[in-house]
Design a protein around this ligand. Sequence first.
Ligand SMILES: Nc1ncnc2c1ncn2[C@@H]1O[C@H](COP(=O)(O)OP(=O)(O)OP(=O)(O)O)[C@@H](O)[C@H]1O
Ligand SMILES: [Mg+2]
Length: 761
Amino acid sequence: MAIGPARNLFYLYLSKNNVSKLRFLSVSSGFLHTHFAEPKKIQNFDVYGHRIPTTPLWCNQWKRLNLFHFYGHPFSTVVENGDNGLEVCDLDVEENECGDGGLGSEKRLNFVQIASRDPVEIYRELRDATKCEKQTRPDWDTLIEIFRCFAQSGWASNQALAVYIGASFFPTAAQKFRNFFFKKCKVDVVKYLVSLGPCIEAEKFLFPIFVEFCLEEFPDEIKNFRKMVESADLTKPHTWFPFARAMKRKIIYHCGPTNSGKTYNALQSFMEAKKGIYCSPLRLLAMEVFDKVNGLGVYCSLLTGQEKKHVPFSNHVACTVEMVSTDEMYDVAVIDEIQMMADTHRGYAWTRALLGLKADEIHVCGDPSVLNIVRKVCSETGDELVEQYYERFKPLVVEAKTLLGDLTKVRSGDCVVAFSRREIFEVKLAIEKHSNHRCCVIYGALPPETRRQQATLFNDPNNEFDVLVASDAVGMGLNLNIRRIIFYTLSKYNGDRIVPVPASQVKQIAGRAGRRGSRYPEGLTTTLQLEDLDYLIECLKKPFEEVNKVGLFPFYEQVELFAGQIPNSTFAELLDRFGENCRLDGSYFLCQYNHIKKIANMLEKVQGLSLEDRFNFCFAPVNIRDPKAMYHLLKFASSYAQALPVNIAMGMPNCSARNDSELLDLETKHQVLSMYMWLSNHFEGDKFPYFKKAEAMATGIAELLGESLANARWKPESRNAGKQQKVVKKDQGETKEQLCVSTSSHRRLQHDTASLALRVP
Ligand SMILES: Nc1ncnc2c1ncn2[C@@H]1O[C@H](COP(=O)(O)OP(=O)(O)OP(=O)(O)O)[C@@H](O)[C@H]1O
Ligand SMILES: [Mg+2]
């Protein structure tokens, strides 16, 4: 058995059989802490081939084994001891690795003795000493430096969390410990520390003494922090749903690439069930399932944040995943696009649905990236898991020719994918100017109704709209008759900087081509620019990357409990403190909440909102980068806080947009109305009484948006980055005006464009 570098510390290896139990058991002679490192520091560890959701342990060596906690090195053995918990065995001490600094062997022996002494005893001796023993000047200097390092040590601060000394209190505690030590210090201890110098070994030596000091000196601080940490406990999320745990559920994982029939098959079971729920990643998809299922004669209601359409006598419901009820019982539930569990912002909604749904049978559809996590979840919940694998219906073929930067090569049935609104309109303008094609557009800021209207227009072969220009919003949900996906670019702005589009997303979007039921025998995909081709091929060839962690977010009740521990803080501060102190198992991350904080900060000046009100307002669907939308949210919250009926306070435009700023205005207006409808559904009582009016206005604006898009022939003026240039290019002996999309003029043809075609399974 290997051991770690040790003096007062022994390192433990986890034995193979008790890995899963480790998190739940405590040692009879001491106590075992579960996760304490900051969330970002928590890692999965492979222990004897077992991936366990925790970092390994270290423990102090003293007979009473009074402290266990996490440390970043995997070592030693813990064995199961009947029902009594875990027992530490097979321990060994490694030689001191630090040099003796040129000291004689006798002194060195003393130091080794110091190193192996019980830190509790050392602490008591120090505490009971009446005064400090005399030290030399150089020793003092070294000691000062050692304590300076200790106070700044990330390692010590992190370890201190295990005894409930919070990161914000650690510097104060370390300072007081230093003062205590300097007043009481003994020659042999100082000499030993000086022999180590300011290094991690010295920190490890001091740490258990520091812990004893803190336990005696700061019982109140420790108690308060402990309460706070316990109230931010997000470990074992499967235990949050006792009713679902009382059931023996059957989970069917429909696993496969895009366009392979996963959702179709899951929906068959849904429709056959007596009572079913379909959980969608998008309003648009929920609406589509609602229409489809009702069309097939199964009464189905619709439930999204914005709309509740109750169909009389229906036992089925299509909802957005955030709206799923974990109270109702269902025979069959479908959770679509299950890989979204790993989404940094919305992942928690899928995790909650999977853990909490009370359904005999749960069909989850998605790519294989979260298969292992779902397996693990099922082993924790005790649910049965059945895996069904799918292949694409139609092959997906990469066209190696690319469009060589020339948008006039766009053909009927093509979908050009760009990653910003500005680019989408540039492309539409260019295609319509230089060819006979007409373009439909689909992007995230458009209401679902308008996106569907554009999709229908594109799918209908009996009109002139035969090309689609879309953002990544096209990647999920819509059934489109796309012959070929052309990537305008393969990089996008991620809110911070330009990054390559992730491979999983490239696959998802490219997979839209050649959908079953469309009139094309196979799906084609390519890029506008030859230089992007390699990346496209690389993405499509890449196997799905396994996801290690999925998202969680606290319920309101958990935030409320936590708020009780730190009164008088703003909601944004509360979220931050929660984020800093929450405990998570290794398979989970806390979803990002920056956008929530931004709303929370804006609403801070609104008096009279309860914590629950703030929590609800902060989840309203609002584009935080749109000041007009944010302004309306602020106004809604202010009226609500004054107990006034919340007014829409917005005029209805009377004609379609004539330029880009009018189009943007329509988009914003629709988003504000959608937000109003959402708030109306999420606040009880009649505080938002103009729901019907908002709904009618939203429908009107969605229609105006559709009309506007059909006629849109303007340059996007609001964000004019000037990337577009016209160049004159010789083509087949004629001078032809052509839109060159990228500024890069030094592209080399790297492929034999005629011969290369990659078939992607
Ligand atoms: N057995 C089937 N009979 C008829 N049509 C089918 C069948 N299976 C799938 N389809 C149709 O094929 C298309 C793609 O199927 P589906 O939407 O289920 O794929 P998917 O694997 O869920 O794709 P994605 O990952 O893109 O959501 C749909 O239009 C669907 O109606
Ligand atoms: Mg699907």
